[in-house]
Design a protein around this ligand. Structure first.
Ligand code: ATP
Ligand code: MG
Length: 572
């Protein structure tokens, strides 16, 4: 689909996954039921790539009147924790999805997995192997030539069972033995060459403690989890496509063991399909890399507003709707591609433009002094809170003879097409007055510290009496009423589009040194009421969100969500 079509927000109506499920439903497969699952490993926080998977898994279930299970894929005890598991749930709920009472975890199925492995061993379909890692790789060989069978491939089921039981009992060290499925050492698919299904790990599990010292491998555990939960459509990213024959092999064995569930008297046979993962530029999405950024204090935590994590995006000011909209626009395909971060930024701008109230805040101030303004006079001007939404009403802002404006709104020698303030030029101070610059006050370095001039006394709230056209309108904040606020100007985390693709250079080197600038802004008084998490458009500046951690009513701290315009695509 063309980019243009995507930007129109066209429903990606019949992507291949939707078609696949629709055909199954029409054919009455699985008794007509649709059950999907999202299977995060609780070893990190979920990021925008996971949000894509979440939107597909939950989206497909709801489209076909089914349910989507949330399953903690906790088969690798080393890096998992409750902190991660809890935050994953919180983030999925925040995105707007719900698994009802279908929360599962792989570790709750360890017992069944163990007995399935026992069964396979008993049936001569799996065996214990004590090749070292290096030997195992060597024996496995390369796709072009058949591999070499392990010397223990043909040991008897009795002996294998004995070893397996002793593995479980903790008699062996990590890596000393493993269990392998007995499939096909000559298969061109390397994953089919007697893959490892159980390994020894003397590591306590965050839920199961020291109950186990053997853990199932993903390729074995995943189809079992799907089958035991009655999942019908198991969708994952493309790298699992080559694992699909193994997935089906495990499902076939479960079928033989009579372990598949039924719906309306029809057996549920889980099937797997794969889609392209989301790759987003100017960031990294591997959990390992994100963890590294956190551990090395390159960012303030998983929820640092520069992180591509869902909690980081939330703290930055992204809305659930903007993220869902983004996932809809990128669509679903089988081809790897790179998505431009600008599209995500476009989506949040689009949403916030409709929903956020406007405020006047000056981030880089220079003082304007209106010489003919009556001393001490203060007026209140009334402005709409959100021109896109009249229901948001209006508010009053104090205006006086001295106001802050943005330094960038003045040019001593104006460039072509610069229509804002310049010597002897008139601009509208939004909704308040028409001001003409007459003179400048500079400090000893030549820096402008005051812009002096006069206002048009006949113009009412900036509307000229003679109807003349005013080319520039700028925002302002009354000096006497301005509230200083902390503003965190966030920008892209990396300064190159593909930080992981820089030859042998470490991605850390490509962190954007300007990804965070903290400034003091001058804001209109009403800003002090901002609640943590509340979002605003600072007029003509960008979209900002009161920080959920550090902002307090009366002392707000703002994060820049996104600039008002896409400055990156124009070369900044
Ligand atoms: P790691 O970074 O350790 O490789 P992971 O990103 O695969 O882990 P999981 O918790 O296993 O993390 O992912 C849960 C689900 O999210 C998986 O089904 C996975 O395919 C999907 N997923 C992960 N990253 C992306 C991505 N960038 N785009 C789309 N889906 C993704
Ligand atoms: Mg994974």
């Amino acid at each position: 689909m063309s980019e243009e079509k995507k930007l129109e927000g066209s429903d990606t109506s019949r992507h291949f996954l939707k078609q696949w499920i629709a055909e199954d439903v029409a054919a009455g497969k699985n008794g007509g039921v649709v059950v999907t699952r999202f299977p995060p490993e609780p070893n990190g926080y979920i990021h925008i790539g996971h949000a894509k998977a979440v939107s597909i898994d939950f989206g497909m279930a709801s489209e076909f009147g089914g349910v989507c299970h949330l399953r903690m894929d906790d088969t690798n005890p080393a890096k998992e924790s409750d902190e991660y598991a809890e935050n994953i749930q919180r983030d999925i709920h925040w995105l707007g999805y719900d698994w009802k009472d279908c929360l599962y975890s792989a570790s709750e199925m360890f017992e069944q997995m163990y007995s399935i492995a026992e069964n396979l061993i008993r049936n001569g379909q799996a065996y214990c192997c004590n090749l070292t890692q290096e030997e195992w790789k060597q024996y496995r060989g390369v796709p072009e030539r058949p591999g070499t069978p392990s010397p223990s491939r043909d040991t008897t089921p009795e002996r294998n069972l004995d070893i397996f039981h002793r593995m479980k009992a903790g008699e062996f060290a990590d890596g000393e033995w493993c269990v392998r499925a007995k499939i096909d050492m000559a298969s061109p698919n390397i994953h089919f060459r007697d893959p490892v299904i159980y390994r020894i790990r003397h590591v306590p599990h965050y839920h199961k403690g020291n109950e186990w010292c053997i853990y199932p491998m993903y390729d074995f555990a995943h189809p079992i989890e799907d089958a035991l939960e009655g999942v019908t459509h198991s969708m994952c990213t493309l790298e699992f496509e080559v694992h699909r024959p193994l997935y089906n092999w495990v499902i076939d064995r479960m079928d033989e063991m009579g372990l598949l569930r039924e719906h309306n008297g029809v057996k549920i046979r889980p099937q797997q399909r794969e889609f392209a993962r989301l790759n987003l530029n100017y960031t990294v999405m591997s959990k390992r890399k994100l963890l590294q950024l956190v551990e090395e204090n390159r960012v303030s935590g998983w929820d640092d507003p520069r992180m591509p994590t869902v909690c980081g995006l939330r703290r930055r000011g992204y809305t659930p709707k903007s993220i869902r909209d983004f996932c809809e626009r990128i669509g679903v395909s089988k081809y790897e591609s790179e998505t431009d971060l600008s599209l995500l930024e476009y989506c949040v701008r689009d949403d916030l433009n409709k929903t956020s109230q406007r405020r006047m805040v000056v981030l880089d101030p220079v003082k304007v002094v209106i010489d003919n303004w009556p001393t001490g006079k203060v007026i209140e001007v009334e402005v709409a809170n959100n021109p896109e939404n009249p229901d948001d009403g209006t508010r009053k802002i104090p205006f006086s003879g001295e106001v802050w404006i943005e330094r960038a709104d003045f040019m001593e020698v104006p460039e072509k097409k610069f229509f804002r303030l310049a010597p002897d030029r008139e601009v509208r101070l939004r909704a308040a007055a028409l001001f003409t610059c007459k003179s400048l006050v500079k400090d000893e370095t030549g820096k402008i510290i005051e812009i002096h001039g006069t206002y048009d006394e006949t113009a009412d709230y900036g509307n000229p009496a003679d109807g003349r056209k005013i080319k520039g309108t700028i925002h302002w904040v009354s000096v006497q009423h301005a509230k200083p606020i902390e503003v965190r100007l966030y920008d892209r985390l990396f300064s190159v589009p593909n930080p992981l693709d820089q030859g042998d250079q470490d991605f850390i080197q490509f962190l954007n040194p300007d990804s965070l600038k903290v400034v003091t802004g001058y804001a209109e008084p009403s800003i002090l009421d901002a609640a943590p998490g509340e979002r605003f458009q600072f007029e003509r500046v960008g979209y900002f969100c009161a920080d959920s951690e550090d902002s307090k009513p009366g002392a707000p701290v703002f994060n820049r969500t996104v600039t008002l315009k896409d400055s990156w695509s124009k070369g900044k």
